[in-house]
Design a protein around this ligand. Structure first.
Ligand SMILES: [Zn+2]
Length: 331
């Protein structure tokens, strides 16, 4: 073979090599998107207690204006865009706390669940993930000793039972204010906004399955040692926050005291469409936020950005939200 033809052959081979290499490279770059997320749970300590936050999934509200009917739309838009949030859609989280006190395993609120068929998906397909996330965090529903409810709305108590009405937490008692228990299981309250009928049907089905094992919580009183109920009426008439104290540390589970970390902290007196008494709700929010800011307690907020832990600080006529670091190696 002549030198010329050998070069020609090598040239042809290297051209062929390059040609075969390029598709290979592009194939590696075209790895499929994963399109999955890890289970959503976060674990930390509150004094001697072990706390785990599990998500029930995001709860999209859609256009924010109808949720804040008494607020100027241009102010809503300015607050959202000014904080790098989508002005066309408000998205809430659902951050449920599981507390191991060393004596009891306690779940605060249950998420939307699947007990009410199509109504369970009234906020779309992203809700109803609490049980799966709980199991992923190493906690079985049968281990829960007590479910403490902030209030009896769908996104807080509709996973007490499954679609057949069977208890999801077969060994648990349920603690709730007597006011909310009575109001949301009374068919006479099916009036006013359209959602009232399904909210009452859902609460009746879910709470009814635990009627022989209920604990009535009272303002200022411990539910169990280390957990004190704080009456904050308005969102519902029996809405409760819970102060959790262990080893000199206090975390306040604020439930639905405020639904949005910008709109209802910057404007605590704004009214929210799902409030039973919007003006009373605003008063409770203003009063409790003032206390939480002064005491500088860590807060767990059910609907704030995952995992809902942070502090509030007085700023102007409202409050700023300061998310707590969620370290991945420290416990
Ligand atoms: Zn809620």
């Amino acid at each position: 073979m002549s030198a010329f033809s050998r070069r020609a052959l090598l040239g042809a081979a290297s051209a062929g090599f390059a040609a075969s290499l390029l598709p290979g490279l592009s194939a590696r770059a075209a790895a499929p998107f994963q399109n999955t997320l890890p289970p959503a749970w976060h674990r930390f300590r509150i004094g001697e207690f072990e706390a785990t936050i599990v998500s029930d999934g995001t709860l999209p509200l859609g256009k924010p204006e109808p949720a804040f009917p008494a607020s100027p739309p241009e102010e809503i838009r300015a607050l959202l865009t000014g904080n790098f949030l989508d002005p066309g859609a408000a998205t809430l989280e659902q951050n449920a706390l599981i507390l191991n006190t060393g004596k009891q395993l306690i779940l605060f609120d249950t998420g939307m669940g699947e007990s009410m068929g199509a109504a369970s998906k009234m906020f779309g397909p992203t809700t109803g993930r609490l049980l799966a996330n709980m199991r992923a965090a190493g906690i079985q529903p049968e281990q829960i000793d007590l479910v403490i409810l902030t209030h009896a709305h769908c996104d807080h108590c509709w996973a007490l039972v499954d679609a057949e009405g069977k208890r999801n937490f077969p060994n648990a008692q349920v603690a709730i204010s007597e006011t909310d228990l009575k109001f949301w299981t009374d068919s006479g309250n099916k009036k006013g906004p359209e959602f009232m009928t399904s909210f009452i049907d859902g609460a009746t089905k879910n709470l009814g399955a635990y009627r022989d094992r209920m604990i009535m919580v009272k303002d200022g009183q411990p539910v169990v040692p280390g957990i004190v109920a704080l009456s904050t009426p308005g969102h519902t008439f029996g809405h409760m926050c819970y102060a959790i104290t262990s080893g000199g540390t206090t975390v306040v589970n604020t439930g639905d005291l405020a639904h949005h970390q910008i709109l209802l902290l910057r404007k605590p007196l704004w009214e929210f469409s799902f409030d039973s008494d919007p003006k009373l709700s605003a008063q409770s929010r203003a009063r409790m936020l003032d206390r939480l800011a002064k005491d500088e307690h860590l807060i767990l907020s059910y609907h704030f950005p995952w995992p809902g832990l942070g502090h509030v600080k007085r700023e102007g006529e409202g409050y700023g939200w300061y998310p707590a670091p969620t370290n991945v190696t420290a416990l």
